[in-house]
Design a protein around this ligand. Structure first.
Ligand code: FRU
Length: 513
């Protein structure tokens, strides 16, 4: 099946535009995901450049993942929407490119909805259309020095995402001269029974409403004087979440920002507040961040998710060095799918993100590579640790180190310094780091307040990525790494030299083989 979709994909990419150099794409599809640094249980495109996840929507048994895609090179270029589908959010099937640039411009980021009531009129014979809402970026306009080159367009599909028709009335939202005006996220607001769109305009978010997905009315703005403003706001999302253990709920607004993230370059901040159908309000003063690692950007959540989950996927890279990472056939991948939750902590309400339960199905029924129940200090060095999940619990109020290393003295070090309320991630000696100066320049850090006596740590390693989750996603570092040989030693050291529990390493099979 996978080969068939590769083949179709190549055929479609190849046929669409003979003037573009696609000939070299074909042989690379036979690579079978074996290239150096190719992730084995994360989504990455078969070949070429990918950035943001787009159009995350569930419909009729299928989770769709569209993505910013340039099929002709491994650096950013004229954007298309690539496409993949999954029935479990773990295994992915490649689909033909969904949206190609047209006379209104390139296809930038956006979202997709299932128009259950056929409000758009695009439905036919009782089939509810899938409607994609995206930004058009008119290169000619930008190059001519104009400021109105980003507009919003829509397209629909009646075969669950396989083929798309652009709306002839595009663009549905024009531009009066806002330079950065993009990344519409649309959802159905059950309370007011209308479509709501949030998009970003440089330093703030704008909210619109519509009854039919074609005619949009501006309602309100948010954020000029709130949150972090070290860069341009991008890729917003707005959704309601129940507070864990309570019947109460809040609205969460995600805003990616580039540059201006706490450890440099691209990152995603969030606001917890209220939405009254027209305006988003919050009394939050300080910016909060989804992830203090430098490789989780432009993440958004699924529409129409059937299991009451708020599922999130981010692009596992950073605009500081995304174009320079040492891969050749494809460039960059997505984070693991994560479930977002609102939880109350000593320091207040926080948004946690932790791998979606289904990811664990990859390790069910497999013997652990190693498990040790109560050692004082853990050291293990028998196998390459490049496709694994490592878990342990440790006293939270003592300094703790988690180190992965290899014989070439390449290593990453995760440090917990509760006395300084600090957690750090050091990849400065992790392997290849000099492809871009900022990649390995500094240790990354985040504020850390232990939640109790013991902390729970889960680390996923996949070829060139590490995702660290502490206390079920209260503290997260998502980071790319490029060791020249796999790390094969792992050490956990707690200052008390005691109390490390439930240490366990599991190997994770490839989803591509
Ligand atoms: C975020 C972003 C979006 C834009 C897209 C272009 O990474 O800059 O704002 O729509 O990428 O590829």
């Amino acid at each position: 099946m996978r080969y068939l979709s590769f083949f179709l994909f190549v055929l479609l990419v190849g046929c669409k535009d003979a003037s573009q150099n696609t000939a070299e794409v074909a042989p690379q599809f036979t690579s079978n995901y074996d290239e150096p640094y190719r992730l084995q249980y994360h989504f990455s495109p078969p070949a070429k450049w990918m950035n943001d996840p787009n159009g995350l929507v569930y419909n009729d048994g299928v989770y769709h993942l569209f993505y910013q895609y340039y099929p002709d090179d491994i650096v950013w270029g004229p954007m298309h929407w690539g496409h993949a589908t999954s029935t479990d959010m773990v295994h992915w099937e490649h689909k033909p490119i969904a949206l190609y640039p047209d006379e209104h411009g390139l296809i930038f980021s956006g979202s997709a909805v299932v128009d259950h009531n056929n409000t758009s009129g695009f439905g036919k014979d009782g089939i509810a259309p899938l409607v994609a809402i995206f930004t058009y970026h008119l290169m000619e306009g930008e190059q001519a020095g104009r400021t109105d080159y980003q507009t919003q367009g829509i397209a629909y599909s009646l075969d669950n995402g396989d083929t798309w028709t652009k709306y002839e009335g595009n663009p549905v939202i024009g531009n009066d001269g806002i330079k950065d005006f993009r990344d519409p996220k649309v959802f159905w607001d059950k309370t007011t029974e209308q479509w709501v769109m949030v998009l970003v305009a440089g330093d703030h978010a704008k909210f619109y409403r519509s009854s039919n997905l074609k005619d949009w009315i501006h309602m309100s703005d948010f954020g000029k004087d709130k949150g972090a403003h070290g860069g341009v706001w991008e890729c917003p999302d707005l959704f309601k979440l129940r507070i864990q253990g309570s019947y109460d709920a809040r609205w969460v607004l995600l805003i990616s920002i580039n540059p201006g993230a706490p450890n440099g370059g691209s990152g995603t901040q969030y606001f917890i507040g209220d939405w009254d159908g027209e305006t988003f309000t919050t009394d939050q003063e300080e910016p909060l961040w989804i992830d203090y690692g430098t490789d989780n950007y432009a993440g958004v959540t699924y529409n129409n998710e059937p299991n009451q989950e708020r599922l999130f996927i981010g692009w596992m890279s950073n605009w500081n060095y995304a174009r320079n990472t040492p891969t050749e056939v494809w460039r960059s991948s997505m984070t693991l799918p994560r479930s977002l939750k609102l939880k109350e902590f000593k320091e207040g309400l926080r948004l946690t993100n932790y791998p979606y339960d289904k990811v664990d199905t990859l390790v069910y029924d497999r013997e652990p590579v190693y498990a040790a129940d109560a050692p004082g200090q853990v050291y293990f060095d028998s196998v390459p640790l490049n496709q694994h999940r490592i878990q342990f619990k440790a006293p939270a109020n003592e300094t703790t180190f988690f180190i992965l290393s290899n014989d070439k003295r390449e290593e990453i070090e995760l440090g917990f310094f509760p006395q300084d309320s600090l957690m750090t991630f050091d990849r400065t000696q992790s392997g290849l780091v000099d492809f871009e100066p900022s990649f390995g320049a500094e240790r990354h850090s985040q504020p850390f307040t232990p939640n109790g006596e013991e902390m729970d740590v889960t680390v996923y390693i996949d070829a060139s990525s590490i995702e660290v989750f502490v206390d079920w996603g209260r503290y997260v570092f998502t980071e790319q790494i490029f060791p020249t040989i796999p790390y094969d030693e792992v050490q956990v050291v707690n200052q008390s030299k005691s109390g490390i529990r439930n240490f366990r390493i599991d190997s994770i099979p490839s989803i591509w083989k």
